[in-house]
Design a protein around this ligand. Structure first.
Ligand code: FO1
Length: 346
């Protein structure tokens, strides 16, 4: 069986060590001052980059002050199962059980189910591990029993020991479609099935006009003292969240700062197809291009040291620029970045 990655990682015993580690980091990184503050933070996040930064934030500020709003426009149905890749990537990362080699899926997960599916002659093109499948089975079951996606997410996250409040952007179906040379593709067909190799000609979010923000999303934005756009793909991870009716307006009318951690560093996307998507819109593949994409919505751009020379160009767009080392390594490094971001914005 040829799979599209070749990872094998030790299985972490549980995600519950995370609360203890987060407390340790707050002391280690001198975050007690922030801990005393009541500042409430809302972070918009997509897949792997967003999840890594959220893990850092969760180590830098107490859980009760942090709400993550997660993209669900990558969701799709596979063999009858409802898969929410970005929600799961965030959950597994916060629980400390994500596969460190890929950023998605569960460390050390096995593939007996995929092998079984392949034995029936089906192409196991989307790599769901055996333990990961338990998430999709329960999510699908609970949705069919009548729970909303936010209720299901709350239950799964709590069971994984996650204290941060995770909100899917909407309980209603929104599905990203990508136009390539030979027509429109569902997002995962484009991203995983065709390894995001096609030039992207257009992007649309089916269902978005009829979608409502999930319960708590607008209140969280209204109450936030700080709104963060995680280093996620602006066009297919953050834009769907902003596109849910009411969300963009709520952010635009917020008096609190809106800061974006650039997912483009040194002219390249940290991960995935963001570079080509910016280019297709006639924007620079740079932190300045990301800043221009968000326009007036974003007040502060957090850019990498290697892009420090872009600061005047971004400042000319009327934004404050903070230069940090934004490439994230292990969990400690993610907490380090989040702590520096919080300190710079304090
Ligand atoms: N991404 C891949 O590139 N290949 C996969 O086979 C794959 C499987 C997968 C399974 C579960 C899951 O939660 C995520 C998975 N991803 C996979 C990642 C995911 O499709 C993308 O990272 C996001 O949709 C983009 O944010």
């Amino acid at each position: 069986m040829v799979y599209r990655d070749n990872t094998s990682d030790p299985v972490p015993a549980t995600g519950r060590w995370y609360a203890v580690a987060a407390e340790y980091d707050r002391v280690l990184y001198g975050m007690d001052a922030l801990k005393d503050s009541n500042q409430k933070i809302v972070a918009l996040a997509g897949g792997v980059g967003g999840a890594k930064f959220l893990q850092g934030l969760a180590g830098a500020v107490p859980d009760e002050r942090l709400i993550a709003v997660v993209n669900t426009a990558d969701d799709f149905e596979l063999w009858g199962l409802h898969i929410s890749p970005d929600v799961d990537t965030v959950m597994y990362t916060l629980a400390g059980i994500a596969n460190p080699a890929t950023g998605w899926g569960i460390a050390g997960d096995t593939r007996a189910t995929l092998d079984g599916i392949a034995a029936y002659g089906e192409d196991p093109w989307f790599l769901v591990g055996d333990r990961d499948i338990s998430t999709h089975i329960l999510r699908t079951h609970r949705l069919r029993e009548g729970q909303s996606l936010s209720e299901v997410t709350k239950g799964l996250a709590a069971a994984l020991g996650i204290g941060v409040r995770l909100l899917p952007m909407s309980d209603d179906p929104v599905r990203t479609q990508i136009r390539v040379d030979d027509g429109w593709l569902g997002f995962q067909d484009y991203f995983v099935g065709r390894r995001h190799e096609d030039a992207v000609l257009d992007v649309r979010f089916d269902g978005i006009e009829a979608a409502s923000p999930a319960p708590g999303v607008l209140d969280a934005v209204h109450d936030a003292d700080l709104i963060l756009f995680c280093p996620s793909n602006p066009i297919v991870s953050i834009a769907p969240i902003l596109g849910v009716p009411g969300v963009r307006d709520a952010i635009a009318s917020s008096k609190s700062p809106v800061a974006c951690i650039s997912p483009i560093v040194g002219g390249k996307a940290l991960k995935g197809p963001a570079a080509g998507m910016l280019e297709q819109r006639g924007l620079d593949v740079s932190a300045a291009g990301v800043a221009a994409y968000y326009g007036d919505l974003v007040d502060v751009m957090i850019i990498d040291q290697v892009d420090a020379a872009l600061a005047p160009e971004i400042e000319a767009q009327g934004k404050r620029v903070i230069v940090l080392q934004t490439i994230m390594g292990d969990r400690d490094d993610r907490v380090r970045l989040a702590s520096e971001v919080m300190a710079a914005l304090a």
